[in-house]
Design a protein around this ligand. Sequence first.
Ligand SMILES: Cc1cc2nc3c(=O)[nH]c(=O)nc-3n(C[C@H](O)[C@H](O)[C@H](O)COP(=O)(O)OP(=O)(O)OC[C@H]3O[C@@H](n4cnc5c(N)ncnc54)[C@H](O)[C@@H]3O)c2cc1C
Length: 337
Amino acid sequence: MTSLTRDFFIGLSNSTILNKSAKKFGTRFGADRFVAGTDFDAIIPVVRELNEKQISCTMDHLGEFVMDRAEAAYAKAKITHMLHQIHEQQLDCHVSIKLTQLGLDIEESFCIQNVEQIVEVADKYGIFVNIDMEKYMHYEKTLAILKQLRKKYSHVGTVIQTYLYDVERDLDELEDVRLRIVKGAYKEDQAVAYASKKDIDENFLRIAKKRLLGKAFTSIATHDHHIIEELKKFADEHHISKETFEFQMLFGFRVDMQRQLIKEGYRFCTYIPFGEDWFGYFMRRLAERPQNINLLVKDVFYTEDNKVKKQPLIAGAAALTLLVCLGRKKKKASKTV
Ligand SMILES: Cc1cc2nc3c(=O)[nH]c(=O)nc-3n(C[C@H](O)[C@H](O)[C@H](O)COP(=O)(O)OP(=O)(O)OC[C@H]3O[C@@H](n4cnc5c(N)ncnc54)[C@H](O)[C@@H]3O)c2cc1C
């Protein structure tokens, strides 16, 4: 995919107006392939089914652009409810949270208060909390909050994005922390992040190998079979126990490969996003993979059994509105991202 198209979808993911509008309509345009649903209780059977296949899960209650204390409090209540349910239903599941959803852009102390309340409930149940890594502008603050929490709680960790030049320097300080290694999903300036896939992949392998040789648990979160194969070989050659790491993929991605990894005896965890605020997440997935755009087109024009929708006018109008929105935003996106 050209970087222009990637930038375009990343630009859309950053649109507050489109994110807010999409909330009103439930998952559309093929997003339900990647977003499990809008309500946690309704997707418990999905989690249970994955658990039965030896797949553990991490749940992400989606939320973007939270600039209002009530919205952050709502997110906290949803995540806390999820923790109670995971405990009561005995699910093999942990949670992934985003600090901006809990008020980082409103006031740091307010965000810390919210996160601490979540981590305290999770700690009581022995459930791990992963703090997802967001845009680079939040990187230092995220690490500082993590360090503060770790003085009191051990079941909390974060994510290393290997598109960032300098993340390796933080690895020593995080050697006891459970970490997820990813390439990185946001549009970052070349002053702080690699732009080429080759550099990002090399950094991923360097960091993942260092972690595999270390003592804390590591999640290798990628759909990239080259990276997965190389790390499997590395772990094998260095007699690294399969209990000390896991592979992670996003819900809806590379299901055959997931099955194969489990068959080979690797630990596997699926990242399950859910909630009404699905638009930004879905746009970032479209930015990553051109094939996903087919889902959007298919969803607008075809029924589940591949027939053209009965109301082509309505479907066409929906598609047209979408394309107009996309087109309008395209100009803006190239300026703003
Ligand atoms: C569990 C999980 C959690 C994440 N958490 C974060 C986070 O906290 N912060 C953050 O910034 N980012 C996060 N990400 C997103 C991540 O940073 C990447 O943007 C995303 O994973 C895409 O990169 P990739 O490693 O999968 O490889 P890509 O570079 O997208 O793909 C590499 C190659 O893999 C193959 N491939 C990829 N997908 C498929 C597919 N569906 N079918 C067939 N082949 C495929 C293709 O050959 C492709 O060229 C997370 C990702 C995962 C999986």
